[in-house]
Structure formats: structure tokens, C-alpha cells
Write a protein that binds this ligand. Sequence first.
Ligand code: NAG
Ligand code: NAG
Ligand code: NAG
Ligand code: NAG
Ligand code: NAG
Ligand code: NAG
Length: 504
Amino acid sequence: MAASVLFIFFIFLSQLYTPSIAHLQSLEGFISLSVSEKGLDFVKDLLIDRAVSALTPIELPQIERHAKIPVVGKVHIVLSDIIIDHIDISSSFIESGEAGVAIAASGATANLSMNWKYSYKTWLIPIEVSDEGKASVQVERMEVGLVASMKNHEGNLRLSLTECVCSVEDIIIKLDGGASWLYQGVVDAFGNRIESAVEDAVVKKIEEGIFKMDSILQSLPKEIPVDDISALNVTFVYDPFFSESSVDFNINGLFIERSKALTSQCHHGKSQAFASCNGSSKMVAITLREEVFNSASLTYFYAGVMNWTVHKIPDQSILNTADWRYAIPQLYDLFPDDEMNLNVSASSPPIINVFDDHIDATIYADVIIGVLDNSKAMPVACISLVITASGFVEISGNNLTGSIKLDGITSSLKWSKIGDLPLNQIQAVILTVFEAVLLPRLNLHLMHGFPLPLFRGLKLQNAKISCTKSKITVCSDVEFMEIYKFLAAIQSSTAVFSQGPYDI
Ligand SMILES: *[C@@H]1O[C@H](CO)[C@@H](O)[C@H](O)[C@H]1NC(C)=O
Ligand SMILES: *[C@@H]1O[C@H](CO)[C@@H](O)[C@H](O)[C@H]1NC(C)=O
Ligand SMILES: *[C@@H]1O[C@H](CO)[C@@H](O)[C@H](O)[C@H]1NC(C)=O
Ligand SMILES: *[C@@H]1O[C@H](CO)[C@@H](O)[C@H](O)[C@H]1NC(C)=O
Ligand SMILES: *[C@@H]1O[C@H](CO)[C@@H](O)[C@H](O)[C@H]1NC(C)=O
Ligand SMILES: *[C@@H]1O[C@H](CO)[C@@H](O)[C@H](O)[C@H]1NC(C)=O
């Protein structure tokens, strides 16, 4: 019977080496997650660990039959309350290929307990003779193998079991009490039936387990909240791609307004095949295309939060026309010693570009210069700015975080109620305002970042970030931060992704 497990592997492995066309096709999806062989091993150990404790106890159906025992005659024997108490798995393997992933456990052992009972009647002894007791069965060398695959079903993953076999090589039966002939009778009459009952029960349990995992996958949320304003669209796009070296998932990955579809945004451009960690020894590679960052900028822009009013610069007095006397003399002449405010607002969504080794942002903003006359702000001029900034990204916990610094600023006068303005001088003042007030605020938000789509309870470990043209790749190992949270999530199938709103 062990041959069938090997057969599955044979079939499976033979499918591995058919050249893959799917891999070459261009994939849509702005965040991709690639689980390497090392990552698959991590998943396998977790599943096996989990499966073994979830599998037992297994209750097997009662087995009964009439057996012909030499000398004694025809005996009715019943084995009941057959329970697999414990399964031990000594070694296991995982292999990925186009057909999905194959997992095999070999050299597994299991312990069963049961009750036995017999009765017989012969013409010699007209009254019924019966006895009962307990027995234990040691299952030796059990092999379990399965092939599972995943498909995209309306943005969720559908897990299916394509093959599942269990084969028991050998069992050792031990009876407590009973007549001496009984032992041989049970072994002869029930050996194979116990073996196949164990095999059937294990396969059925695995099928149930896969069914349960499938329903968990079906109920994964399609959005991860980032804060009050935005959420990350974690809808799966395309079928997962299984290859010899990795399993790759694509998710939409764009920022959306929280609980509000913002579908009219256009994100053009075809994605290239996703970057991997080049056979590095990391478990996962998460690739984010620059559209992800641009969708964040669109979302926050349309949410109307990219505007700020500046009254004062830290460690300096409130903005006053006197301070701006040299930059805008006519303002001081018209409103001597009046307080001022600046309303800064993005005039279009900032544009983010990822290049090899660095990230650039271009921010278009309007600054309305206002004078407080009788505590009413009166707009006097508006200056348009094009700000170029460069940034870098980091991993903090499971968040992708970052910060930016200003590279350059150009300004033009949009309108003015006070005549022509010396832009060079005003630009210098505005630059000070940006560096002292707005940049620190922006960086405070960027410092929080947003959570990468990972299962709850998993934590990135030794993450490394690399930028290549138009995408950022995070290569990392994962570990369990709080295994109980992960298990609870798996069991309750709610809030599986890590999340947590923060204030913007
Ligand atoms: C299973 O049974 C064997 C033999 O009776 C025993 O040595 C072993 O400890 C048992 N294992 C468990 C986990 O009960
Ligand atoms: C989320 O992504 C899916 C797949 O790309 C898309 O069909 C859906 O419209 C997106 N949801 C929102 C709210 O934009
Ligand atoms: C992977 O290796 C190829 C060739 O060696 C290189 O062109 C590519 O940039 C590498 N990708 C990453 C993410 O390091
Ligand atoms: C930003 O703009 C929105 C709408 O355009 C407005 O409701 C909000 O008060 C503004 N915030 C600031 C700080 O100016
Ligand atoms: C700046 O924005 C604030 C809040 O939206 C508003 O009260 C004020 O009148 C604006 N000032 C100017 C000069 O537009
Ligand atoms: C990660 O982001 C979430 C929400 O976006 C926030 O609650 C959390 O504090 C951040 N964690 C770190 C380590 O920055």
C-alpha cells in the first residue's frame, strides 16, 4: 500500500518538469507574495504540527464479523470504541509543482485503543459463551500523502484536495485478557480491516481538515484597514502560481478608501513577472509595485486630508507680516504687524516613482498666503509649488514604513491681490515652513507605515528591502509572534490578517 503514496509523488513529480508557460504570462496584481521552498517547509511543519493534534482522537466505526476459529468453531467477534489516540510523524516532505503542493509524512506511528467482545454457541455447548476486554493496537509505518491545490474564486482562494492516500504497513495487536485462541483469531480476521479502517479514517480527517481550511480561506477579508481613511485591497487576483521553487500569490494590493469603492482610479501598465528573492534563503518575498504607493497617494488626496494650515513655526513666533517684510514688502505695508497663516494643500495626488536604489516623490501643492485681519483670514496670494522629494522605506514590525526628505522646490505665482511677488525670496521662506513644520508631520505618518498583508500572528524576521525599477521587494523569514493568536484566528476564521487602525 505504501506504493500508492510513492505513486502520488511519482505522478506529482513527473508533472513538475513539464515546462511552464504560465510563468511567462504577465501577471496583474500590485502586491505579490512568493513563498520559497524554505517558506513552504515552514508551512508544512506548521500544518503537520497542527494536523497531528487536530487529527486525534479519531473514532473508527465498529468492526464485527463471524470468524471460524479452529477447535472453537464459528465465533462472533465485535471490536468497538476503536479510537486512534495518538499519531507520531517522524519525517515529512513538501514539494511544490504545477499541480499544487504535495505533502507526505512517512514512518508515522499510531496507537489505537478498543474493546473486544466475542460470543459463540455450538451444538456441543447449547448456551452462549461470551467474553470481553480491552485491546491496544500499535500502527507501524504509516504513510500519508496528499496533493492540494489552490484556485482563485471571486477574489478568494479555493483550496482543493486532488489526491490523498494513507497506507498502513503493519499493525501489532495486543489483547488484555481473553482466551489464547482469540488473539490469533483477531489478528487473522481483523488485521486487514483495522488497517483499512485506520487508512479510511485518516483520509477522511484530512479531507475534513482541507474543507475547514478552505472555508477559512473563503472568509478572509478582502480589505485590511490601514487607518480611518484607507484600507488595503487584499483581494486575490489570478490563480496562485505553483512552481518547483515557490508558490506565488497576487493580490490587488492597492489602497482604497475605507469601506468605499474608489474604482474609477486608473492604474495602467502591465506588471512584469514578480521579483523573487533570487533563491536567497528567505521564506517569503513580498513585492509591491509603485502603483501601491500611488494608490495610497490618490486615496489620501481624495479623502481631502492633504492640506494643512500653518500658523507658526516651532520655536519661533506666530507668523507675522513683519517676519515677511523682506520677502514681501508690500504685504507689510498693507498689513503692518498682522498675523498670517499659510494654507498648504496638495493640488493633485503626489506621484511616487521607485527606481533602482531610491524612491522619488513629486508633490504638487498650492500655498495660500493669508493675513489675519480682525481674526478673519484673508487670502492675499497663492503660490503653486512643485516639490521633489526622495524617500526610503524600512520594515518596522510587519509594517512597511518610510520617510522622505526634500530635494528641491520650484514655485510660480498662481494669483495675487497684492501685485507681483519676489518668488525667490518667498520660496526660501516656504522651504523653511516645509522643513520645520510639514515634513516632520508627514514623516510622522510615514513612520507608522502600513501593514504588509500577512496572516495574523506571523512576524517578519530579518527582512531585507530592495528597490528595483518600479517595485519594492521585501525578502524575509517569518516566525510566530503569538502562535495562539494565529491558531485562534485559524479556528475562528475571523480577523486573520494583522491589522490595526492608527490616527492620521
Ligand atoms: C504507543 O504504544 C507503544 C506500545 O504500546 C508505546 O511504547 C508508546 O509509548 C505509545 N505511545 C503513545 C503516545 O501512547
Ligand atoms: C479590489 O480588487 C479587486 C481585484 O482587483 C477589484 O475587483 C475590486 O474592485 C477592488 N475593490 C475596490 C473597492 O476597489
Ligand atoms: C535576481 O537576479 C537577477 C540576475 O542575477 C537580477 O537581474 C535581479 O535583479 C535579481 N533580483 C533581485 C530581486 O535581487
Ligand atoms: C482640508 O480640506 C478639507 C476639504 O477640502 C476641509 O474640510 C478641511 O477643513 C481642510 N483642512 C485643513 C486643515 O485646512
Ligand atoms: C485656511 O484654512 C482654514 C481652515 O480650513 C480657514 O479657516 C482659513 O480661512 C483659510 N485661510 C485662508 C487664507 O484661506
Ligand atoms: C503598523 O501599522 C499599524 C496600522 O497601520 C499601526 O497600528 C501599528 O502601530 C504600526 N506598527 C509599527 C511597528 O509601526
